[in-house]
Write a protein that binds this ligand. Structure first.
Ligand SMILES: [Zn+2]
Ligand SMILES: [Zn+2]
Length: 640
């Protein structure tokens, strides 16, 4: 695919060579036939249907959509064929045009500045940014020590405990003074300020969407998102589950009867109506939560991994429609006065499961983690059910048996896993279910991030990328990306005009790109490129900037660096007698006139290296360090 510039931004498409055979076969089959297009039921699928119709020259083809591959749903769809939805096709095309505009303009600008090959993208760069920012939070994190005081006592039913709520002297409510904690730990009694029993209901988590399925499979089954999608694809194609690329967790209206029947056969109770869950604003219409195609099928799949994934999908979908779990909760608040006459608050909770509802179907404790802010750092399980707090009237007293001081440390934020990064992107409204796994693959291949023990680490190259883009390009700004997604939705709804929206993106992007290049003040023709010099004696590296015209020998603009930008007031002196550093400099080893300047930078392993010359002659390939101020000596010292 390529794209024309303004005002019309007309994309032109080309068939990928390896798909030629498929198309030839299709074009033979469609002759004189009635054609039904049954591509996936989403924006991407609508776009594919339109392209197929276009390439095959189909006249008014029929479009059928279904979210599961069962005989009944396919027959029903074929009985009521529709037309291709051109607003959807257009919204998808605008998204792709925008992706291309960003990729085609920003990636070369990065290469002009830093040399080598760089890639930037509308979705992939914000993803790298999140990983880089998390990396820096972790680097800057300083652990703080604080104290909890836990008071223990006895009731008729056993041991109870209360925890300190903070003494009001610290802004974040944490007690940081050991001496105060020690004084509180010897309190002999506390006055009850609140004590009440109530029933707490806990609703089940929603059926899976693409991202929550990837998240859960990552936590529970240790599957990478890409693997989860392959397994789900197989389950979908065998008719076991509904369509698995979705951002809406809700089930279709027609399933209530089947769900109730299966639940009751297993001895569970449903709520009687279909339970609805919040839908992200960006969710596509027509999407539904991932569910089994046949609810009575408790197990399905060809391989062990498929069966594990199916079991998780089945359980979660069924649980979503069962009764809430009910707990009897007793909450006690009490205050004590320490020797310094300061009143402090303690709180305790006793939580006993009364009726398990949906929890009977799930591993206790696992599901709650999926939707937590950082789902893979479960807090140490608090066994609130063992807390034997008695029922005490307000104003009554509790006798303390003993107190304990617990020293705690604040913890650094966790690195993202692939799955939790996808969840975050979805929450931010960046990217779509069909593309998440592909985006992750790309940013790993480009070495902006790396996966170590299932956690994403930012590489120095990734940090360099974000330093270059952040604050200069709107598309790495999550708020801007959300705003643009809303405009795209406006196109899909027929409210916004395609060319006006694209024109506004384009103008802003062009401004940003032209502001990104540092023009060479010597020749005023070419931009400056960032270089890394290395001092061979000390091994220290430093940044500087050289005119791109240097390669052709027609400009010798070179400048020192200041905070990542060229310092135009500090030109680097080139020795007058130095030969023009061009490909005409002969290789000291083989004599071939094929030396090429490689601009230095940061290796994937994080080591900075200086600019060097490489001999391009076949069977030579020798490398020589560059010395920016003493070019005459440059190609003599061999890179070790
Ligand atoms: Zn120049
Ligand atoms: Zn050579």
């Amino acid at each position: 695919m390529s794209v024309e510039g303004p005002p019309d931004f007309i994309p032109s498409y080309q068939v990928i060579p390896r798909k030629h055979d498929t198309l030839r076969r299709l074009s033979r089959l469609v002759v004189g036939a009635e054609v039904y297009l049954a591509t996936d039921p989403d924006r991407e699928g609508e776009s594919i249907a339109w392209h197929v119709a276009d390439v095959l020259g189909l006249q008014a083809p029929k479009r059928v959509r279904f979210t599961e591959l069962s005989e009944a749903t396919v027959k029903a769809a074929v009985a009521k064929p529709e037309r291709i939805d051109m607003a959807l096709v257009e919204a998808q095309e605008v998204r792709r045009v925008w992706d291309r505009l960003v990729g085609y303009t920003v990636s070369p600008a990065l290469s002009r500045r830093y040399g080598g090959s760089w890639s930037a993208g509308r979705v992939q760069s914000p993803a790298v940014r999140l990983v880089v920012e998390r990396e820096r939070e972790i680097r800057d994190f300083q652990a703080a020590t604080y104290f909890n005081v836990r008071l223990y006592g006895q009731s008729a039913e056993g041991t109870w405990w209360l925890d300190l709520v903070g003494d009001g002297t610290q802004p974040d409510g944490r007690l940081t003074t050991r001496a105060v904690a020690d004084r509180l730990a010897v309190l002999e009694s506390v006055a009850v300020t609140h004590c009440a029993d109530e029933v707490e209901r806990e609703n089940p988590p929603p059926p899976f969407t693409t991202s929550s399925l990837q998240q859960a499979a990552s936590v529970e089954l240790k599957f990478a998102p890409e693997k989860t999608m392959e397994l789900a694809q197989a389950l979908y194609e065998h008719g076991h589950i509904t369509y698995h690329r979705t951002d809406n967790p809700n089930l279709g209206d027609g399933v209530l009867g089947a769900v109730t029947e299966v639940a009751e056969a297993l001895g569970f109770r449903c709520v009687g109506t279909l339970r609805q869950f919040p839908v992200p604003r960006s969710a596509q219409r027509g999407h539904l939560g991932i569910a089994p195609s046949a609810w009575e099928r408790h197990a399905a799949g060809e391989t062990a991994d498929e069966r594990k994934l199916y079991a998780m999908i089945w359980r979660r979908a069924l649980a979503s429609q069962l009764e809430a779990a009910a707990y009897l909760v007793r909450r006690v608040e009490a205050s004590g006065v320490d020797l310094g006459k300061r009143a402090v608050q303690f709180v305790g909770r006793r939580r006993v499961l009364q009726s398990p509802g949906w929890r009977a179907l799930m591993l206790p404790g696992v599901e709650a983690l999926y939707d937590a802010e950082d789902p893979e750092t479960p807090q140490a399980a608090e066994r609130d059910s063992d807390n034997a707090l008695p029922l005490v009237k307000k104003g009554g007293w509790l006798r303390v048996g003993r107190g304990e001081v617990e020293e705690k440390k604040t913890r650094a934020p966790q690195r993202y896993s692939e799955a939790s990064l996808i969840r975050r992107l979805e929450r931010e409204g960046v990217g779509r279910p069909a593309t998440y796994a592909e985006i992750l693959r790309r940013i790993r291949n480009a070495e902006y991030v790396e996966l170590k023990r299932r956690r994403l680490h930012a590489t120095p190259r990734g940090e360099q990328l974000i330093d270059a883009l952040a604050g200069r390009f709107g598309f790495v700004d999550l708020a801007y990306t959300r705003e643009v997604e809303e405009q795209l939705d406006g196109i899909a709804a027929g409210e916004k005009q395609r060319n006006a929206v694209l024109g506004a993106f384009y103008d802003r992007l062009m401004d940003e790109v032209s502001g990104f290049d540092f023009g060479c003040p010597v020749c005023r023709k070419r931009p400056l490129r960032h270089m890394v010099g290395a001092d061979r004696e000390t091994g220290a590296t430093y940044d500087y900037w050289v005119c791109l015209g240097e390669r052709k020998g027609d400009c010798d603009g070179a400048f020192a660096d200041k905070d990542g930008s060229p310092d135009i007031d500090r030109p680097l002196e080139r020795r007058a007698s130095a030969p023009a550093p061009s490909s005409g400099t002969p290789c000291p080893k083989c004599g071939a006139a094929k030396l090429r300047l490689i601009p230095g930078g940061v290796s994937a392993g994080g080591k900075r290296y200086g600019a060097f010359w490489r001999c391009d002659a076949p069977r030579c390939g020798e490398k020589f360090w560059d010395k920016p101020n003493t070019r005459a000596n440059a190609p003599k010292e061999v890179v070790k």
